[in-house]
Each structure stands twice: as structure tokens, then as C-alpha cells.
Design a protein. Structure first.
Length: 463
């Protein structure tokens, strides 16, 4: 595994980083464990002070942090700055709420003889976080903020194409006052990941990534008897009913599919349109996609970014080709994207049927799958006919109808009249091949804690 910064817009390799040695991994685990022994008893107030310091540093240097994202994975600069702000908001959510969310809970026992029962939430120890490249800071923040708040310490194995972003977050937490060993970035190899999981001082692993990587890590964690959480792929349904406000719906569709270059787990990948408005939607959506401007992600006027790497772009193009070979129609939309850089021409796939393997794929780029539904019931059935279950959305002027449909879509998150949203105060996670476990809020905070019963009983022994 090679860790290197390669600018997706120019193709230039900017800097490379050596893999961690086994000795460095061992030192990092030792430091993380030693830090945990004191961090677990550190007050919530002190933990909150450090997280707030980090949030303040992010905001005070927003452009500097954002430019690293744009350099390493091609994110347009406005979206990069928004990611920095979102990361700061996640840190602040736990500054404000961690102590209350982890407060001991008095249990309403049925029989006084059961004693005074209390449920306490205690940290486990060192947690390994394996994170992807598409949101280099946000992915770290949503595991780091809750786990540090809970009293755990963290080791980070980030994606190999965002090594500077990983190092920047490690430096951020050090500058914020986090004790040595509390959060460490490792340029680890695959074999070292298994070594970390198997170490008795490591108590859990959180992974965001591909289905393949998730299956491997989950198996390793299970064999080692360690808790794991997985946030994997998604093919979010974007259901448009006949009474939707078409102008607003189309704008959200273009955004929902193309933000971050279409490289989002909760991007609106499957647009399911009821027959009555299918042609109208397709026409207006095509016009909207054609208005995107591909170019330098540092240019504020750019609205379509290159993909994260040339390899990622080539993979998307190959999947389009295979979809067409199995009967789909691929329509390229808009002005030609630059020939230099990891760009993919925005493409709309139609005539994709369930006997086409592409019907069940996740396209990680500016590729829109438009599916025709006979009516509301058929749209729900199509939405649920997926191996994934991460996010989704329903568009209708009737909010009660939208809620009713949302309850029938089998997925971790459903929004009415908005694409799947990521915020500091909303939970995140899915079902089926999209993984298990939740991040953010109290759900994420309690994924890696010991929910321990303490019961004070004062009755005589039976003999």
C-alpha cells in the first residue's frame, strides 16, 4: 500500500510517505493504551475543552485545511470549506452533549429486592478507525469526537491517497491539547491492520469503506472477539411522485447526485420516477446536469470536480461500459469535461432493468440511473430492491404522504423533499450491505462503551 498525494486535477504526484514499520505500529498501540489509562478518568469538562479548541482551530484556519482536501482528492474548494465547518460542528456537538448522554442511568426495577440499579457507560480502550478518502476530515470527526468524549483513544488508518489530510488532523488534535497517544495517524499496511485488531489492548474497530474491505475487517474483528461498526456503500433511492414540485425536485436531484463529484455513499444514485412525470423529470434533469461546470476545483466557479484519482475515474467508465453491454442506454450530458485530470463525463443511464447487473451496483461518480415506476407502490418496491440500505429520499408536495412512503422504504435514513443529509446532530448508518452500527448522536457515542450494571442490594441471604 503506497501513501501518496496525487493531485487529481493535474495528475501530479506531490508527495509520498513511507509505510509504517511494525515497530512504529507497536509503539503507537503502546502509546494509545498508556494514554487511555489516564484519559478514561479525565473529566468531561477537560475532554470538552480540548474538542472545542480543535473546533476553534479548524474555523480559524478553514481555508488552509480546505486546500489540503482539494489538493489530495479534488473536492471543489467551497465544498472543502463546508467539510471543515461540518467537522467543527461535530466536535462541538459532543462538547455540549457528551456528559449528559453518558450520564449514569437509574433503572426502574420492579422489585425493591433488586436493589438500587444503575447503568453506567464506561470506555473500552483503544479503538482502530479505518476511514475513506471522500470526506477526509468529516469521516475522522464523526468517529473521533464521540470516542474521545467517551474516554477511548484512537488509532487512525486513513485512505492511502489522503495522507496529508490524516496528518493534518493528528496535528490539529495535538495543537488542541490532546495528550500524547490520544489520537495517532498510522500509514499502516493491510497486514498491520490485522495485527492491530488482534492486539489485546485494542478493543474495537470502526470502518467506513467498501463492501469488500468491510467483509475482511468484520471477519478479522469477529475472530478476535472485538466489536466492529461498518459504514459501507449505498445506492440511495430518490423517489419522485407525481405531485412533486418539479422545479425544486430537479435542483435537489442535480445536487444530490453530483456533490463531491458524485463520490458520496448517500448520493442520490437511483432516481425512481413515477410514470406520469418521468419524461418531464428526465428532460429537466438532463438540462440541469448539462449546466454543471467541470474544471479546476480551486476555482470558485467550478461545480463538477474531478474524481479522487485516475484509477477511480477508469473504474466508473468501465462500469458504464459494462452496463451498456447488458442493455442500458448511456447518454453523456453537458460540455466535454477536461481531457486532463481524473474527470468523468456526466452520464445518465436509462433502460436499466433488473436482469442487468448494473441495476444493483453503486456508481461512485457522476452517473445517474433513472428508473421508471408505474406508481407509488411500484416506486417503493424498486427502492427496496437493492442490496444496499443507507439513505434515501421521497419528493411530494404532500408531506404526510411523503412520511408514509418514507416509512415503507427499507433503509437507515429517509428524507422527505431533500436528498440524504449529513449533519452533526443527525444519526448516520444503514442496513444490509450498507453495514451496521450508527455514528453521531448518542448512538455513535455508545457504540464502544461498556454498558455496565452497578446494583446495590441490601437484603439477607436466603441461607
Amino acid at each position: 500500500m503506497s501513501y501518496a498525494t496525487v493531485n487529481p486535477y493535474t495528475g501530479e504526484q506531490v508527495k509520498s510517505f513511507p509505510n509504517a514499520t511494525d515497530a512504529e505500529v507497536e509503539q503507537a498501540i503502546t502509546a494509545a493504551h498508556q494514554a487511555f489509562l489516564s484519559w478514561r478518568t479525565t473529566s468531561f469538562a477537560k475532554r470538552a475543552e480540548i474538542l472545542q479548541n480543535a473546533a476553534n482551530i479548524l474555523r480559524g484556519n478553514k481555508r488552509q485545511y480546505a486546500e489540503i482536501l482539494t489538493l489530495e482528492m479534488g473536492k471543489v474548494i467551497a465544498e472543502a470549506e463546508a467539510e471543515v465547518e461540518l467537522s467543527a460542528q461535530i466536535l462541538e456537538y459532543y462538547v455540549k452533549n457528551a456528559a449528559a448522554l453518558l450520564a449514569p442511568e437509574k433503572l426502574p426495577v420492579a422489585d425493591p429486592a433488586e436493589g438500587r440499579a444503575t447503568l453506567v457507560h464506561e470506555p473500552l480502550g483503544v479503538i482502530l478507525a479505518i476511514e475513506p478518502w471522500n470526506f477526509p476530515y468529516y469521516q475522522i470527526a464523526r468517529i473521533l469526537a464521540p470516542q474521545l468524549s467517551a474516554g477511548n483513544t484512537l488509532l487512525l488508518k486513513h485512505a492511502s491517497n489522503v495522507p496529508q489530510a490524516a496528518a493534518a488532523f493528528e496535528s490539529l488534535m495535538r495543537d488542541a491539547g490532546l495528550p500524547h497517544g490520544g489520537f495517532q495517524n498510522l500509514y499502516a499496511t493491510r497486514s498491520q491492520i490485522e495485527m492491530i485488531i488482534n492486539d489485546r489492548r485494542v478493543h474495537g474497530v470502526a470502518l467506513t469503506g467498501s463492501e469488500g474491505a468491510g467483509a475482511v475487517v468484520a471477519a478479522q474483528a469477529g475472530k478476535a472477539m472485538k466489536k466492529s461498526t461498518l459504514e459501507l456503500g449505498g445506492a440511495d433511492a430518490f423517489v419522485v411522485l407525481e405531485d412533486a414540485d418539479m422545479a425544486k425536485t430537479v435542483k435537489w436531484a442535480v445536487f444530490g447526485r453530483h456533490w463531491n463529484g458524485g463520490q458520496v455513499c448517500v448520493s442520490s444514485k437511483r432516481m425512481i420516477i413515477v410514470d406520469k412525470v418521468y419524461d418531464q423529470f428526465l428532460q429537466q434533469y438532463t438540462e440541469g446536469v448539462a449546466g454543471l461546470k467541470a474544471g479546476d476545483p480551486m476555482d470558485p466557479s467550478t461545480t463538477l470536480a474531478p474524481l479522487s484519482s485516475q484509477g477511480a475515474a477508469d473504474e466508473v467508465k468501465q462500469k458504464i461500459k459494462e452496463a451498456v453491454e447488458h442493455g442500458a442506454t448511456a447518454t453523456e450530458v453537458g460540455p466535454k469535461v477536461p481531457s486532463k485530470g481524473a474527470f468523468v463525463q456526466p452520464t445518465i443511464l436509462t433502460n436499466v432493468t433488473p436482469d442487468n447487473p448494473a441495476y444493483y451496483w453503486e456508481f461512485f461518480g457522476p452517473v445517474s440511473m433513472i428508473l421508471r415506476a408505474k406508481d407509488e407502490a411500484d416506486a417503493i418496491a424498486i427502492a427496496n430492491d437493492s442490496p444496499f440500505g443507507l439513505g434515501g429520499s421521497v419528493f411530494t408536495k404532500d408531506e404526510q404522504r411523503g412520511e408514509r412512503v418514507a416509512h415503507q422504504i427499507s433503509t437507515g435514513m429517509v428524507f422527505v423533499n431533500h436528498p440524504t443529509m449529513v449533519k452533526a446532530d443527525l444519526p448516520f448508518g444503514g442496513i444490509r450491505n450498507s453495514g451496521y452500527g450508527r455514528e453521531l448522536l448518542g448512538l455513535g457515542l455508545k457504540e464502544f462503551v461498556n454498558h455496565k450494571l452497578v446494583d446495590v442490594v441490601d437484603i439477607d441471604a436466603p441461607f
